[in-house]
Design a protein around this ligand. Structure first.
Ligand SMILES: O=c1ccn([C@H]2C[C@H](O)[C@@H](COP(=O)(O)OP(=O)(O)OP(=O)(O)O)O2)c(=O)[nH]1
Ligand SMILES: [Mg+2]
Length: 163
């Protein structure tokens, strides 16, 4: 095995099984899939119940149904992120990017799209409109204190180091 193939095999050991339920209007669509071996996200498709395309006018936003519900193992989340091609070519992005899918959410996954472009964008059933990335979640346990440790930055932020 070449070192390259070796490292891929290692990465595959981190795969996590996620239960997925296809809703009736998902019928006929393929499950989200990694488009390439090294893809971080699976592209997710519009699952409009009707075949009729949806027209997203400039400045407007919409919640696109995906036709899928999932049960993410505890300790993980799914992030819904925009596709750069749609953003660069059409000004289309996820308004709440990255969208957060909680591990205890059992409703339909939705993609909240906004059209920042200058032209109406037509979304067809089956079109890949975003991508989902599985990510580990590290939770906070508060330790309440009266004083925080001192740092060089201190309270400086928001451009305090210059442009
Ligand atoms: O892009 C998104 C974002 C969220 N959700 C679903 C899954 C998520 O678990 C749930 C709640 O999302 P979030 O916590 O971001 O929204 P909220 O406004 O805080 O709603 P809630 O009060 O239900 O938590 O909505 C989506 O389907 N797509
Ligand atoms: Mg919430």
């Amino acid at each position: 095995m070449t070192p390259h193939r070796d490292s891929r095999a290692l990465a595959r050991m981190t795969d996590i099984t996620v239960a997925v339920k296809a809703l009736p209007h998902f019928a006929g669509l393929p499950l989200p899939a990694y488009e390439t071996d090294g893809a971080a996200g699976m592209d997710v498709r519009a699952a409009y119940p009707e075949d009729e395309p949806f027209e997203l006018k400039p400045g407007e936003r919409t919640m696109v149904p995906t036709g899928l519900s999932v049960a993410i193992p505890q300790g993980f989340e799914i992030q819904i992120r925009p596709r750069s091609g749609l953003a660069a070519k059409h000004g289309l992005t996820c308004l709440n990017s990255p969208g957060t899918i909680d591990s205890d959410y059992r409703g339909e996954l939705k993609v909240i799209l906004i059209n920042h472009g200058s032209e109406t964008f037509t979304i067809s059933r089956g079109e890949r409109i975003g991508q989902m990335v599985l990510a580990p979640v590290t939770r906070i346990v508060w330790q309440e204190v009266d004083n925080l440790d001192e740092t060089a930055r201190g309270e400086g932020g928001f451009g305090s180091t210059g442009r």
